[in-house]
Design a binder for this molecule. Structure first.
Ligand code: C2E
Ligand code: CA
Ligand code: CA
Ligand code: CA
Length: 278
C-alpha cells in the first residue's frame, strides 16, 4: 500500500509538471496563433424556444494548432486570461464577429443577433466600451443586434466597477447577457443592479433536468425570477426533445444546444440560419 501511495504521488507530480509545461507552451503558442491566423470563430444558433426560429448566434473561439490539433477554449481561455493575451484576442473576436454579422446582414439575415463572450479581464478594461463602439461603427451595425455575454462570476467579481462598465455599454445600446447563470454567487440585490437583458441558464441544470425534481424546480425558479425581473431567458446545452419540451412548458424564451446545432464555421452554419430565419 505504501508503494502504491508513492507511485500515486510521483504520478501526480509529473502530471502537474506536464500541466504547467503545457500552460507555458500554450501561452507561447497562443501568442503565435494570433499572429498566424490559427484562431477562428464557430457559431452556434440560438433559437426561439417555441417556434425554433433562429434569433441569434453565439460566437465561440476555436484554435487549430498545427501539432496539438484543436485546442479547447476551456483550456486556452484561462491561459489567455492569466497572460493578458485575452485582450488582443478578445479584440480580434469582437471585430471578427461584428464583420461576420455585417456579411450575414448584407445577405438578408437582418433579424439575428450576434453574442460574443467576454472574459473578466476584458470586462475590467476601462477601454472596453470605446472598443465596442468602434467595432460596431466599423461594421456599421445597429448596437441592439450585438450581445455581450459575461459570466455570472465575472460580473460579480467587482460589482461597482461592473455597474459602471455595464452602464456605459447599455448607453451604447448593446445587450448584456449573464452567462452560466446559477453557477456563480450573484445575490438578488447585485443582480437587480446590473442592467442586464438576458440570463443564460447554465447547461449543468439543463443536463440534469431528467434526473429528478430538484433540477426541474431550480430551473423553474430561475425562469420565474427572470420573468419577474423582466429579463429574457435562454437555456444552454439543450440536447434532447424532452429537455426542450420541459423548457418550453416553463416559459423559457430561447434555447441553444446540440439538439439544434453544434457550433460550426460561418460557411457551414449559414444554411441553417437561412432555413430557420424569421
Ligand atoms: P460558454 O460561453 O458557456 O459556451 C457554451 C459551451 O457549451 C461551448 O463550449 C459550446 O460548444 C458548448 N455547447 C453548446 N451546446 C451544447 C450542448 O448541447 N451540449 C454540450 N455538452 N455542450 C454544448 P466551447 O465552445 O468549448 O466553449 C467553452 C467556453 O469557452 C465557453 O463557455 C466560454 O466560456 C469560453 N469561450 C469560448 N469562446 C470565447 C471567447 O471568444 N472569449 C471568451 N472570453 N471566452 C470564450
Ligand atoms: Ca457564452
Ligand atoms: Ca454558458
Ligand atoms: Ca460555461
Amino acid at each position: 500500500a505504501k508503494q502504491e501511495g508513492r507511485n500515486t504521488y510521483r504520478f501526480f507530480t509529473s502530471q502537474m509538471q506536464a500541466q504547467s509545461m503545457r500552460a507555458l507552451e500554450l501561452e507561447n503558442a497562443l501568442r503565435r496563433a494570433l499572429e498566424r491566423d490559427q484562431l477562428s470563430l464557430h457559431y452556434q444558433p440560438q433559437v426561439d424556444a417555441t417556434t425554433s426560429k433562429v434569433v441569434g448566434v453565439e460566437a465561440l473561439l476555436r484554435w487549430q494548432h498545427p501539432e496539438l490539433g484543436m485546442v479547447s477554449p476551456a483550456e486556452f481561455i484561462p491561459v489567455a486570461e492569466s497572460s493578458g493575451l485575452i485582450l488582443p484576442i478578445g479584440q480580434w473576436v469582437l471585430e471578427t464577429a461584428a464583420q461576420q454579422l455585417k456579411v450575414w446582414r448584407s445577405k438578408g439575415l437582418l433579424h439575428i443577433t450576434m453574442a460574443v463572450n467576454l472574459s473578466a479581464r476584458q470586462f475590467h478594461q476601462p477601454q472596453l466600451p470605446d472598443l465596442v463602439r468602434d467595432v460596431l461603427r466599423q461594421a456599421d451595425l445597429p448596437p441592439q443586434c450585438f450581445e455581450l455575454e459575461l459570466t455570472e462570476s465575472a460580473a460579480m467579481s467587482d460589482v461597482p466597477a461592473a455597474e459602471q462598465t455595464l452602464a456605459q455599454l447599455q448607453k451604447l445600446g448593446v445587450r448584456l447577457s449573464i452567462d452560466d447563470f446559477g453557477t456563480g454567487y450573484a445575490s438578488l440585490t447585485q443582480l437587480k443592479r446590473l442592467p442586464s437583458y438576458k440570463l443564460k441558464i447554465d447547461q449543468s441544470f439543463v443536463r440534469d433536468l431528467d434526473k429528478g425534481e430538484t433540477d426541474k424546480a431550480m430551473v423553474n425558479a430561475i425562469v420565474r425570477m427572470a420573468q419577474a425581473m423582466g429579463l429574457r431567458i435562454t437555456a444552454e446545452g439543450v440536447e434532447t426533445r424532452d429537455q426542450l419540451d420541459f423548457l418550453q412548458t416553463l416559459g423559457c424564451d430561447e434555447a441553444q444546444g446540440y439538439y439544434f446545432s453544434r457550433p460550426k464555421p460561418a460557411a457551414e452554419i449559414e444554411s441553417f440560419l437561412f432555413q430557420r430565419t424569421v
